[in-house]
Design a protein around this ligand. Structure first.
Ligand code: PLP
Length: 384
């Protein structure tokens, strides 16, 4: 039994948790069991088994994430890519066509450009800022449109309201990767999207210690995705589920602090004479600042920037900072610094990266929960 709660802070702690509490335990135990006693289930998909995504820790997460996203249902998966691939393969079949935002996370970009053509699924990329250009790319077999809440690593903010209207007008399933915004800053389903996906590896878990994914939507859509997941096999293990549920409890506290800290760091970098350019939707100089203010409760914990001078300056800066760890990924309590050309977007050719505006020297910063003043002091000395 679960109760519904109005505010996200309360949902994060209590939604989806089993009631009555198991043997009175305040925190739900880890259910380290792959299989469960047969209880007369008629369908293979209902037999309780870790891969069929219906064991106690998985169900608790489904309830919690659905509450956060304002969804009827949710599903957790073994990684963000498992959520993305399983969702897309449940919406698209051989002969179908997808419209996707042009500057996607590198793994998703590769999936739709390198893998999907082998299954007869086509994809065209849209400039998600120019709604008047999308209709020309529609085909009779177009089934879905796929965007990200804020793009990685350039922090572009697409015309998300336009995407919802376009999808509805043309009978397409609208899918958004909400990893960068999190439900604290943006809730896509109440805004009209059909499906919201997360790399829960990032903010939802928030501690850089597991890989996980999630998708939220209508009960019918999630049940179709769960069946696909049961066949593809990317289910979340009980220990990772425990850590994810534990990490989620502090999501609102972490993200609000990170929103605030990142804005201050973005303002500092933008005013520094050695910095050429900062990408962060919270800055008034961001081309879609007004849109971001309208859509989001906060601008998130990731920014990217370029230093003046040759590309080697980026590596020099990375070698000089003391607090950030030079590592890929984002959304955790530790501040991480990375050069997307060599990590998240290394799978793209240099020409493709240049076309998308990802220069070789671009640095991406995922701001953790260290004191903002300590980070500012560190950046000041690294730039001096
Ligand atoms: N979506 C976004 C926006 C990401 O940044 C990432 C990973 O960096 C993914 C999806 C993939 O997630 P995972 O690494 O959990 O599979």
């Amino acid at each position: 039994m679960t109760t519904s709660f109005r505010h996200i802070e309360t949902q994060l702690v209590h939604a989806g948790e089993p009631l009555p509490r198991i043997l009175g335990a305040v925190e739900m135990p880890i259910f380290q069991s792959a299989t469960y006693e047969y209880a007369g289930e008629a369908s293979y998909h209902d037999v309780r088994y870790l891969r069929t995504n219906n064991t106690p820790s998985q169900l608790a997460l489904h309830g919690k994430i659905a509450a956060l996203e304002g969804a009827e249902a949710a599903l957790v998966t073994a990684s963000g890519m498992a959520a993305i691939s399983t969702t897309l393969l449940s919406v698209l079949s051989a002969g179908d066509h997808l419209l996707a935002q042009s500057c996607l996370y590198g793994g998703t970009h590769e999936l739709v450009t390198s893998e999907f053509p082998k299954f007869g699924i086509g994809c065209d990329f849209i400039d998600a800022d120019r709604r008047d250009s999308w209709a020309a790319l529609l085909r009779p077999n177009t089934r879905a449109v796929y965007v990200e809440a804020m793009t990685n690593p350039l922090l572009q903010v697409a015309d998300l309201e336009g995407v919802v209207q376009f999808a509805r007008a043309h009978g397409l399933t609208s899918i958004i990767d909400n990893t960068f915004a999190t439900p604290v800053n943006y809730r896509p389903l109440p805004a009209g999207f059909d499906l919201a996906i997360h790399s829960a590896t990032k903010y939802l878990n928030g501690h850089s210690d597991i890989v996980a994914g999630a998708v939220a939507g209508s009960a019918a859509a999630i049940e179709r995705i769960r069946h696909k997941a049961n066949h593809l096999g990317g289910s979340l293990d009980p220990h990772a589920a425990f850590l994810l549920k534990r990490g989620l409890k502090t999501l609102a506290l972490r993200v609000r602090f990170q929103n605030d800290s990142t804005l201050k760091i973005a303002q500092f970098l933008e005013s520094h004479p050695r910095v050429a350019h900062v990408n962060y939707a919270g800055l008034e100089s961001h081309p879609r600042h007004a849109r971001a203010r309208r859509l989001f409760a906060g601008f998130g914990g990731v920014l990217s920037f370029e230093l003046k001078g040759p590309t080697s300056r980026a590596d020099e800066f990375a070698a000089r900072v003391r607090i950030p760890t030079v590592a890929p990924s984002l959304g955790g309590v530790h501040t991480l610094l990375t050069r997307p050309a060599t990590t998240s977007h290394a799978g793209l050719s240099r020409a493709d990266r240049e076309r998308l505006g990802i220069s070789e020297g671009l640095l991406r910063l995922s701001v953790g929960i260290e004191a903002t003043e300590d980070l500012l002091e560190d950046f000041r000395q690294a730039l001096s």
